[in-house]
Design a protein around this ligand. Structure first.
Ligand code: VG1
Ligand code: CO
Length: 539
């Protein structure tokens, strides 16, 4: 074991979901090591306990896994459970932490960010409940990165991670596990696999786009091998270190292959895609895209058809920018709907307290209390189980939902890589107006409330301020602006537009038309285009 002298790096502050930087940043000497040492220093309880380790297989995963293992050995960790070849999806890590009663987990992933030598890398710490470390812990890790002056690492050679079983690294036990088996068992315990299998036997067709990311093997095993979807139903199923040059973010822009298939003549009955680390999903039907906010609401409204929810839904939660569609379902069911800041860590306390058992975000993450992470394949299986039970198409389920609850027209505009000074100008410009906006009208809509979102955790009372700027135009229209916490170049500003309509003839308006007044209001209120020189559109 060696103690290596080091000096702090600026900016090792975990964002919405761990520390995310370019591969070039992570490749700097001592960069990863400093952060990992800060985790070990901030979580002394890890000593003499079990740590779970795995990543999404992106470029630099292999190197980073060996580094973390050697540092764990030198820091006195008793046992590390690691996925074969250093691979584990995010929800699989969460499950293994819980199942093996580990004390925490380290996930190597930058999720939806592109990979490869010119892409991004990331690292995230999860606690004993299986969920992302809460802010108190990520703040402590950050504080530690600012002062540490050495890290501990063993001098042992790299270990072979391709063979299952137990080996030793210094005094530490390393248990190499199959990345799939525990996760598959968990899914089989939650859903009616027989009903879904019968549906596939009856000719139901599916296309799952794994986007060359970690869910490929999971999806092949579960959907094709166990459930009988025809071979080839999983596309882009081979995980690649650079995701085949793609951007593993399941949305209409980046999951183009899937959208082309689902909007073609020969579209299968169901389409889905997942992201880099397997915690997100999108759901589509023939010529139908279900926005993630609607998907959350639909899954909550239909969950009782599925074995996992035999006792019903006790409460739901959504992140603040997510549309209010889930709120309407919760209110009809007479259960609470909590509104949290963006990021899965904010759902943890509610899930642990049993206050909710379904939650989700507009960015295509939905999950339940079966793990403490969002879970892409789980959401896909929940959809499939509901369809198998209800025998309706995705399009019919979506239409029925709107007719029952009304429709929350919803869209998000992401403007990436804005020069930090210009982004700041936009923020200051909007923020200065917030106190005086109520009572003013923009593109024909009267502002009734304008505020900066702040959250008090109902369980531990932690306050999280500055979680986004919200402008409400009565009960029906809302505009939100947030600064992203996952980008690695400049500043990403996200604009979330939402407009509610309950009248039947207007449920099928084109999305852009329904949201046009809000987009115009966003341009006026933020003066975005003048201040940044960038268009506020989808180009
Ligand atoms: C984005 C999403 C957020 C999600 C986060 C991590 O954060 O908007 O909803 O929780 O990514 O997802 P931001 O701060 O860039 O808006 V993932 O799949 O990276 O673990
Ligand atoms: Co992800």
């Amino acid at each position: 074991m060696t103690s290596v002298k080091t000096t702090p790096f600026k900016g090792q502050k975990p964002g919405t979901s761990g520390l995310r930087k370019t591969v070039a940043t992570f490749k700097q000497r001592h960069y990863l090591e400093n952060f990992v040492q800060a985790i070990f220093d901030s979580a002394p309880e890890l000593k003499s306990q079990t740590l779970v380790l795995g990543g999404d297989g992106r470029y630099h995963n292999e190197v980073a896994v060996q580094t973390v293992l050697k540092m764990a050995a030198a820091n006195g960790i008793k046992r590390v459970v690691v996925g074969r070849s250093g691979l584990l999806s995010t929800p699989a890590v969460s499950n293994i932490i819980r199942k093996y009663r580990a004390c925490g987990g380290i996930i190597l992933s930058a999720s939806h960010n592109p990979g490869g030598p010119d892409g991004d890398f990331g690292i995230k710490y999860n606690t004993a409940n299986g969920g992302p470390a809460p802010e108190a812990i990520t703040n402590a890790i950050y504080a530690r990165t600012q002062v540490l002056d050495n890290y501990k690492i063993s001098n042992d050679a790299d270990i072979d991670l391709d063979t299952l079983g137990d080996i030793r690294l210094g005094g530490m036990q390393v248990q190499i596990v199959d990345p799939l088996s525990d996760y598959v068992l968990l899914m089989e315990s939650l859903f009616d696999f027989d009903a879904i299998r019968k549906m596939f036997l009856g000719g139901f067709t599916l296309c799952f786009d794994a986007m060359h990311a970690i869910t490929g093997p999971y999806a092949k095993e579960i959907l094709e091998t166990r459930l009988g979807a025809k071979e080839g139903s999983v596309i882009n199923g081979m995980p690649l270190p650079d995701f085949g040059g793609g951007h593993p973010d399941p949305n209409p822009e980046y999951a183009k292959d899937l959208f082309e298939i689902m909007f073609s003549e020969s579209a299968p009955d169901f389409g889905a895609a997942s992201d880099g680390d397997g915690d997100r999903y999108i759901a589509l039907g023939k010529n139908t895209y279900v926005s993630p906010s609607d998907s959350l609401a639909i899954l909550a409204a239909n969950a009782h058809h599925v074995p996992q929810f035999a006792n019903g839904v006790v409460g739901v939660a959504r992140s603040m920018p997510t549309s209010g569609a889930a709120d309407r379902v919760a209110s009809a069911m007479g259960i609470p709907c909590h509104v949290t800041p963006t990021g899965w860590k904010f759902f943890g306390n509610l899930l642990n307290a049993g206050a909710i058992n379904i939650c989700g975000e507009e960015s295509a993450g939905t999950s339940s209390d079966h793990v403490r992470e969002k879970d892409g394949l789980w959401a896909v299986l929940l959809w499939l189980n509901i369809i198998a039970k209800r025998r309706l198409s995705v399009g019919d389920i979506l239409q029925e939902h709107w007719e029952t609850y009304g429709r929350n027209y919803y869209d998000r505009y992401d403007i990436e890589a804005i020069e930090p000074n210009k982004a700041k100008d936009v923020v200051v410009h909007l923020e200065n107006q917030i106190p005086n906006l109520a009572g003013q009208s923009f593109s024909g809509m009267l502002v009734t409330k304008a505020y900066v979102f702040s959250y008090t955790d109902p369980v531990d009372k932690t306050v999280s301020d500055n979680q986004g700027w919200c402008i409400e135009f009565g009960e029906t229209n809302r505009l939100v602006m947030r600064m992203s916490g996952t980008g690695t170049v400049g500043v990403t500003l996200r604009f979330y537009l939402e407009s509610y309509d309950a009248e039947l003839p207007s449920l099928n308006k084109p999305l852009q038309l329904a949201l046009d007044p809000l987009l115009k209001a966003a341009r006026i209120l933020t003066d975005f285009e003048r201040l940044t020189g960038r268009p506020l559109d989808k180009s």
